[in-house]
Design a protein around this ligand. Structure first.
Ligand SMILES: Nc1ncnc2c1ncn2[C@@H]1O[C@H](COP(=O)(O)OP(=O)(O)OP(=O)(O)O)[C@@H](O)[C@H]1O
Ligand SMILES: [Mg+2]
Length: 350
């Protein structure tokens, strides 16, 4: 009873969850609130970048450091919520779609376990896994489609440890590219064609192709902004910080490196589109959405559009929140906040 009254007064914040995206080069946090009408407003968003890598092969390198930084980022953003949602990097997660007949819960769990043993190249005791029922199989009668997701225990435990040290309770763990594709689906609701999403980050470029609500295909390419900065530092014999500055200002002496980067990313996106339509001749990719800090490299969007012949736009996460709510937020957050923003909307599932 007391709880219900508190809820009405809006004193309990239990149902709010802070979204935290830990990337190779940055930590981003975001908190959404829900209005009485059930729309989201943006309550807080913040972002810190680092010169040193925060992740190695998806593992948090220094949980103590992340814990401290996260704690200070959350408190300096005025976020009081303790419950948190985060996402693993897609390259440290194995996902597989499997078709299975309808089974009782226990039999289904046993079948999933056998499936996981087959598809995961590690002993079962070294991984955590879960599955989602995606729906009926359109082609095979009596079958349903499951999405099986598995990650190494040491990676997940590293996240738990870091959040613990930050004084947060990690209650949802997603996969970064799925946060992007789910957000994209919520905002644009693409119908009649497939769309491609590319998150061009610091160490990796994640690509996904989505048809209606289904993720048809994902791919990770080890190309990102850190490599470009590292090359500038090496070739021009300057510090990483100075090299990063030269890159962000697109100074004339880094043009060739930026052009190489643009050409690599664009060519990989184009190859992905071609591969997809070759395997699914009835499908077309109708739109490409770009996000991630490195998608801002000047000329990348235009190059992708020219090479693929598909219209390209930047994913605008703020379309997910009430208009005007994002007014005061820096423009650059648009490219970095999508994962954290979507994660904060996942509170209702708990
Ligand atoms: N205006 C800009 N022009 C070019 N590069 C930029 C710009 N702004 C940010 N970047 C680059 O974007 C990268 C950070 O992007 P992002 O925050 O998406 O990465 P991350 O999430 O930390 O990493 P990852 O997703 O690879 O784990 C950095 O390499 C940074 O140099
Ligand atoms: Mg990222």
């Amino acid at each position: 009873m007391a709880n219900r009254i508190l809820n009405k007064l809006g004193f309990t914040k239990e149902d709010e969850i802070v979204g935290v995206d830990i990337g190779a080069a940055s930590i981003k946090v975001c908190l959404l609130k829900k209005t009485k009408e059930g729309r989201f407003t943006l309550s807080a968003t913040a972002h810190r970048s680092y010169d040193d890598d925060l992740l190695h092969d998806g593992n948090i390198i220094d949980a103590g450091f992340i814990g401290r930084e996260l704690k200070s980022l959350v408190s300096s953003s005025g976020i009081k919520v303790r419950s948190a949602a985060s996402a693993l990097s897609s390259y440290s997660v194995i996902t597989k779609r499997v078709a299975m007949p309808f089974l009782e819960k226990e039999a289904l769990e046993e079948s999933v376990r056998l499936e996981v043993e087959n598809i995961i190249p590690f002993p079962l005791k070294e991984i955590y896994y879960s599955y989602y029922i995606m729906g009926m199989d359109e082609e095979k009668e009596g079958m349903m489609n499951l999405l099986v997701v598995a990650a190494k225990k040491e990676i997940v435990d590293g996240y738990m440890n870091a959040f613990d040290l930050a004084g947060l309770d990690l209650s949802v763990l997603d996969v970064d590219i799925f946060a992007v594709t789910n957000l994209l689906d919520e905002i644009y609701k693409p119908k009649g064609f497939s769309v491609l999403a590319a998150d061009v980050g610091a160490s990796v470029t994640n690509i996904a192709i989505v048809k209606e609500v289904n993720v048809e295909f994902t791919r990770e390419i080890l190309i990102g902004g850190k490599y470009v900065t590292g090359e500038i530092a090496k070739r021009q014999n300057v510090s990483y910080r100075e090299a990063e500055e030269r890159k962000l200002n697109a100074s004339p002496d880094v043009t060739d490196l930026l052009q190489d980067f643009i050409s690599n990313v664009s060519s990989e996106i184009n190859k992905t589109v071609n591969f997809y339509v070759a395997t699914k001749p009835r499908e077309t990719v109708g739109r490409i959405y770009l996000t991630g800090g490195s998608s801002r490299v000047a000329g990348l969007k235009e190059r992708v559009q020219k090479e693929t012949g598909i219209e390209v736009e930047f994913l605008d996460p703020f379309l997910f929140v009430e208009s005007g709510a994002a007014g005061a937020v820096a423009e650059e957050e648009k490219y970095s906040v999508p994962v954290a923003l979507y994660l904060s909307s996942r509170r209702d599932e708990n």
